[in-house]
Design a protein around this ligand. Sequence first.
Ligand SMILES: *Cc1c(COP(=O)(O)O)cnc(C)c1O
Length: 376
Amino acid sequence: MTPKLSAFLRDSAPATPCLVLDLDRVEENYRRLKAAMPLARIYYAVKANPAAPVLDRLVGLGSCFDAASFEEVEACLEAGAAPESISYGNTVKKESAIRAAYGRGVRMFAFDSEPELRKLARSAPGSRVYCRILVGNDGAEWPLSRKFGCEVEMARELMVLAGELGLDPFGLSFHVGSQQVNTAAYEAAIAKVAMLFTDLRDAGVKVRMVNLGGGYPVRYRQEVPEIDDIGAAIMGAMAEHFGNALPDILVEPGRFIVGDAGVVSAEVVLVSRKAKDDPVRWVYLDIGRFGGLAETEGEAIKYAFRTPRDGEAEGPVTIAGPTCDSTDTLYEKSNYRMPLSLDAGDRVELLATGAYVTSYASQFFNGFKPLAEHYV
Ligand SMILES: *Cc1c(COP(=O)(O)O)cnc(C)c1O
């Protein structure tokens, strides 16, 4: 937790639950990533935290943006981003949204199928397009399975078709899954992309960009590789496969930019047991799965907690949210422990919750308001 976040929580004691996010840390993270991969252009993945103060700060730093919807395109433009700095990176777009983004000046789009490519040819003529290929997500704590990307052979055909349809077959992309703690995943993906890149070049397609996607991890309960080491592994793989004919390199960090800049302040609503002699206490908080902690599904992302009683004797806990839905249980199997003296009314903090929290919060499920946000 940054000194600014501690000071705000101490001095303002905002109503819980809320997210407090330190914009200076966002800037620091942007600069750290830039230093780790100086040759890469940074396209911030807006979905991680689309708040205007975050976008404003990143526009000021010269960041580019990866938008998942026309609404995110508009949010970037409103923050002052130039349309040329926006990539519409979702491979599943309504044609009306493509047309709207094109109308606002966006000229770079992702695709992973022929029907989507044809939509782009019709509604974003002449634009730069890049094809997303399927790669392994092993090592990602929040994997993306097979929802996005296509097999290499299909990507090859589609990139040729893109040119024939009057689009600019600009590049290739992949995404190794979010919270990726294994640099080998990037290395394997780069090897795969490089082969296709060379193939396409040989076929006369003027492909010239590789988009390495997101995935750069944040520290939760466990140590993660340093961004400098990840950057070195990635750039090493790029040099190995492309030699000194490096393509344009794009990265799309979301979690890494905002994750550890934010903290959720929450309140303990109830501490109880299911039987008098049950060693496990249930700790119910005023935030849960529907208050924004969607990434606790399957206990995938394991947030670290701080309580005012840390350092005292601890015991095992199951941690749950406040709604009357049984899936609103955050952690049952991940060996969480909390102080035995923890009690209703205590304020607790969930660390590194700046990414994928406010944007996942539900609207008034059980009457609870969407998560409050403070940018400091
Ligand atoms: C979500 C997403 C990202 C951001 O991923 P992080 O793991 O948060 O860095 C980047 N690119 C694409 C295409 C995405 O869908």
